[in-house]
Design a binder for this molecule. Sequence first.
Ligand code: GDP
Length: 301
Amino acid sequence: AKFKDGLTKTRDVFVGRVDDLLHRYKKIDESFFEELEEILISADVGVSTVMELVDGLRSEVKKQKIEDPQQLKPLLSEKLVGLFHNQQLQSGLNIEEGRLNVIMFVGVNGVGKTTTIGKMAHMLKQQGKKVVLAAGDTFRAGAIEQLEVWGQRVGVEVIKHQAGADPAAVIYDAISAARSRGADILLCDTAGRLQNKVNLMEELNKVYRVISREVPDAPHETLLVLDATTGQNAMSQAKAFGEVTKVSGIVLTKLDGTAKGGIVIAIAGELNTPVKYVGLGEKMDDLQPFDPEQFVHALFA
Ligand code: GDP
């Protein structure tokens, strides 16, 4: 239900338009496909993914000699779900018992990184895990305090230094603290200023090196946080971060705030990184594991 509610805006606009299309046409023809393409593109599905999808539909329609637009709906859902299975599907987090699991969060300012860390800490704590947070964004004004507020809210410890401190040193301390507390999981915030891309990337690399030096096989996850409301911008951020860090999964935030939830489909179609979680609101329990079938079902059912 949560998943469905969070997608209300997308469902109303996107599915409303698809339904309208299916009702207006008596017969499937080329202008039908062109309108469908336009609807998908305006929902941020991404041009190349739209082309792939619609080409697939065209040939299926021809092969099965489908004429009635109504018959296209199940076919479209099927093609959409299929897109997600092209990705190496790996849901959930790479977490193992009996070791310190380190999860690094990357993403530009404002996408919802801090909020996502808070929500994930809550989720993991609910699962009985001992969680520690590392305030590795020492650059953005207020980031440390904001993480502390989340730490108090959720009831987990936050390891921090002063504003402006070296993020790698914060992470180093957080790893020792997490170890001495016997924590299962350390969630590491990082800076996300894009104004100085070279410095940012160097800083992320330094954090990465500390983590991988101090903890075997770590980071066990590097999650890229993207804001669904920024559409194609989110896609270019994914490509930029993908060039400098090994991103293992995506958290797509603010899906509740956009009618352009098609961005999830664009990510599935164009990137080789699975969407692992979606943000459907600002509250503690508004982080949900992403399930492609549930997603497509929530859109069309
Ligand atoms: P950061 O700069 O990346 O750390 O971003 P923040 O965590 O400070 O989030 C920026 C704003 O987005 C805050 O007002 C959050 O409450 C809001 N936000 C984060 N995730 C979500 C979400 O899934 N849905 C909605 N509606 N708002 C969100």
